[in-house]
Design a protein around this ligand. Structure first.
Ligand code: F6R
Length: 591
């Protein structure tokens, strides 16, 4: 995954590089580094650890002509100083930062070894640096060497490249990893996303796959194959990209509590009081499709599961697939399939891979993302945006609720049923009621600290809530958690239950109330502890929480909202890093 930043033009790069990397550390936080070139030569500062650690190590002033920085999520090679970026080529002619994964690194390495190159670390990036240097020695300049590099590399890369002999230039290349350029005044910039550049410019250029080029302090040159390509400037909504804690102690808590406002905003964004505001061609495409296939990963996959229920309600055949599975064995059925791709970041590599397959077939695909201009947003036939604001916490929270709410509004638009907006407004009140009771959720969380195995069950909509609750719990608290359909407990998992096991049972459906309570009883009989989360309709004394009433088709949202708080409080009491759980990164840009 990883995040990259770079700039060219005379100045002090301290704030740009280090603040920029801080804003990108959602992309990885195993190691970090910066390189600056000035009259004194090339200086690199690296740490194994986070950008905060790098800030402590880097000097107060980073004056120079050109600078690059990197925050890493380790793929090839453990997080060590040798593997941390920026990476210098063997003869010290190139310094590069890289986001992505090179698939054919072994064959390139073999070739370079034959050519007398040696390697200090285990990264695929060191192979890029050395291959570039090798190509440069057999080319008439850096641009030709980059062109040759592009022809040889398989996989994904966003590269910022410093050539030691040309400190007035910052070279770049991109394929399958995001890269954006910002045009400043007397300085030009690049980064993995626009956030690091917001204080310096409002003129951005998205770089497309296989484009390469260079920046100087006053010029930007972009090439594709042998030709220079014109620059297409875009703007970014600064408000939605703000990364501020606003007095909260963690982004996760802040983002959970932004959810009600986001749902209200979705209602006004997609319904103007008299009609829905989706493009006519999008609605036509949906209406005429006989099959709706959802593709996504992680939390977004759980939102897709709700989407499947909505589409089946509309009479369509519908399935949801995990993108990393579908990418290798695409399942396409129906006479007129339509794809809905859900992704908070819009940059998830597995989903990008699926989208390429879909676009090669020429099928219509709707993207539901929180990131305008992201790869998935740009490549879709129809784009739907969550406008939920930057999600910084690695654990996705507000995006899930926004995804489900937006799908619900979409169904309202297809059926021309305006009351979906009223239902969502009731939902907003329900979420606020849950927030008002968060101390009670904290008390439940404190009890969960006593267990080393957590099971989550539910049936129907509640099963989706159970799956998402389980994912949230395991990723930020590290307590082993598993989710099952209530009825599956007795088909195996029940063997694991002892007095250190707790069962969190979502029980908000009248139809399955008795069955879920039976499942819970079976666990209690085997000395497990039970925590039943029910709704007003089915509440019984002894249940740990009662979720306020909302229309059944959106009740996964309050259940998940509750569970986000639950995981948050467990993590808080465990004293772990809530916003940056170990081994994870926010944007999963590798397969
Ligand atoms: C879980 C989480 C991940 C993401 C998944 C997909 O809290 O954040 O499971 O949901 O990596 O990411 P997007 O939605 O950006 O495609």
């Amino acid at each position: 995954m990883c995040g990259i930043v770079g700039g060219v033009g005379k100045g002090n790069y301290h704030d740009f590089l280090l603040n920029g990397l801080s804003s990108l550390d959602y992309r990885g936080y195993d190691s970090a580094g910066v390189t600056i070139v000035n009259e004194g030569g090339i200086k690199t500062y690296k740490v194994v650890g986070t950008v905060e650690d790098l800030i402590k190590k880097a000097p107060e002033e980073l004056n120079g002509f050109v600078g690059i920085g990197h925050t890493r999520w380790a793929t090839h090679g453990t997080p060590t100083l040798n593997n941390a970026h920026p990476i210098v080529s063997m003869h010290k002619e190139f310094v590069i930062v890289h986001n992505g994964v090179i698939e054919n690194f072994l064959s390139l390495r073999t070739k370079l070894l034959e050519e007398g190159y040696a390697f200090k670390g285990e990264t695929d990036t060191e192979i890029i640096a050395n291959y570039l240097e090798y190509s440069y020695h057999h080319s008439d300049g850096v641009l030709t060497a980059i062109k040759k590099l592009i022809l040889r590399l398989r996989g994904s890369y966003a590269l910022a490249i410093i050539h030691a002999k040309e400190p007035d230039k910052l070279y770049f290349a991109k394929k399958n990893s995001p890269l954006i350029i910002g045009e400043g005044q007397g300085m030009n910039y690049l980064a993995s996303d626009a956030v690091p550049l917001l204080s310096y410019t409002d003129k951005f250029i998205d770089i497309d796959d296989l484009q390469y080029g260079f920046l100087t302090s006053s010029d930007i040159k972009i090439f594709y194959k042998n030709d220079e390509v014109p620059k297409h400037y875009i703007t970014k909504n600064v408000e939605l990209l703000k990364k501020e804690l606003n007095g909260y102690e963690s982004y996760m808590l802040k983002e959970i509590e932004e959810t009600p406002a986001i749902i209200s905003r979705l209602c006004t964004n997609y319904f103007d009081g008299t009609e829905f505001k989706f493009s006519k061609s999008l609605i036509r495409s949906l209406k005429s499709a006989d099959t709706i296939i959802f593709l996504s990963c992680g939390t977004s996959y759980h939102a897709s599961l709700e989407g499947v229920r909505y589409m089946r309600y509309l009479g369509k055949a519908s399935e949801a697939y995990v993108a990393s599975e579908w990418a290798y064995e695409p399942v396409i059925f129906g006479k007129k399939p339509l794809f809905i791709l859900i992704s908070q970041s819009g940059e998830t590599a597995d989903l990008i891979k699926c989208q390429k397959v879909i676009n090669d077939y020429g099928f219509i695909n709707i993207s539901v993302t929180n990131t305008p201009g992201s790869s998935i947003d740009r490549e879709s036939t129809h784009s739907l945006l969550l406008n939920a604001g930057l999600e910084v916490s690695v654990a996705s929270t507000k995006a899930f609720s926004a995804q489900v709410a937006l799908l619900a509004i979409l169904v309202g638009a297809i059926e021309n049923r305006f009351n979906v907006i009223d239902h969502l407004r009731t939902l907003v009140d329900a979420l606020e009621k849950i927030t008002a009771q968060k101390e009670n959720i904290d008390l439940i969380a404190q009890k969960l600290l006593n267990y080393n195995l957590l099971f989550f069950i539910g049936r129907g909509n509640d099963l989706i809530a159970a799956k998402e609750a389980c994912l949230k719990m395991k990723e930020i608290t590290y307590i082993h958690s598993e989710a099952f359909p209530g009825g599956e407990m007795k088909h195996g998992p029940i063997a694991l239950i002892d007095h250190k096991t707790a069962l969190i049972a979502f029980n908000c459906e009248s139809m399955t109330n008795a069955a879920i309570r039976n499942n819970a009883k079976e666990v209690e009989t085997r000395k497990g502890s039970i925590f039943i989360v029910s709704s007003e309709a089915v509440y019984r004394g002894g249940d740990v929480f009662s979720l306020p009433y909302v229309k059944p088709y959106i009740k996964v949202i309050p259940a998940v909202y509750f569970s986000q708080y639950l995981a948050y409080f467990v993590a808080k009491h465990k004293g772990v890093n809530i916003d940056k759980p170990r081994n994870l990164a926010k944007s999963v840009t590798v397969e």
